[in-house]
Design a protein around this ligand. Sequence first.
Ligand code: TPP
Ligand code: SF4
Length: 247
Amino acid sequence: MPKGYQRPSTLVERPWHFCPGCNHGIVHRLVAEVIDEMGLQKETVGVGSVGCGVFSYEYFNFDGIGPSHGRAPAVATGVKRVLPDRLVFTYQGDGDLAAIGTTEMVHCAVRGELISIIFINNTLYGMTGGQMAPTTMMGQVTTTTPRGRGQAQGHPFRVCEMLATAEGAAYVARTAVYSPAQVVRTKKAIRRAFETQMAGLGFSLVEVLSACPTNWGMNPLEALKFVEEEMTPVFPLGELKVPEGVK
Ligand SMILES: Cc1ncc(C[n+]2csc(CCOP(=O)(O)OP(=O)(O)O)c2C)c(N)n1
Ligand code: SF4
């Protein structure tokens, strides 16, 4: 079987609970591939979140913790400070990271905690039925903005742009997985984030623009097109900050 189709050893063999066309599974796989390739299975601690990524510890074959909603960066900080030679990362949705957990995420970056955050931005609260999140785009219809997000609900929160201003943040990138080329770029960004951490260079975060076909009321292909055509103009892709010494 070609190498590309082998299951990473850090990914448990079980069916996803994700909806068809959801991008969470692709990102889980990329994280597992990077950890395999870095040979860090026994040194990794994954810190999960509340939301559709809540079962990450059921899929990843390495140590994991399930914190309460939004608290993952604080939990990861504690783990990393006690076990400084581990690879410690959080896996968080936009409701988890950019709403209830904003404080933890911002201060982790400002303090330059040696953790990495994998941030899944699907522009709404997926698990609870598609309510508006801080990342919901202007005009976007959600279950709590049936006429589209307007001025009264404020503007979308661009997490990467804000974190890039923090001196403690060493690597900050926004990617997507709507095409094979973007999947490759996302994997590279996850690797760079983890290398940044293991080299002791500072805080790192990779935001992945992700499809939620179920709550967007689209089929999987329409949802990928939505990410490419509607989300990337609002959330531009690219590496906002790369430390010296990371290739
Ligand atoms: C303290 C607390 N408040 C609210 C909830 C309810 N809740 C569960 S998942 C979720 C939203 C998750 O959305 P997001 O983080 O964007 O992840 P997604 O499901 O879209 O991947 C909320 C509000 C909770 N579990 N705990
Ligand atoms: S509700 Fe959305 S984010 Fe959650 S599993 Fe389904 S498609 Fe994925």
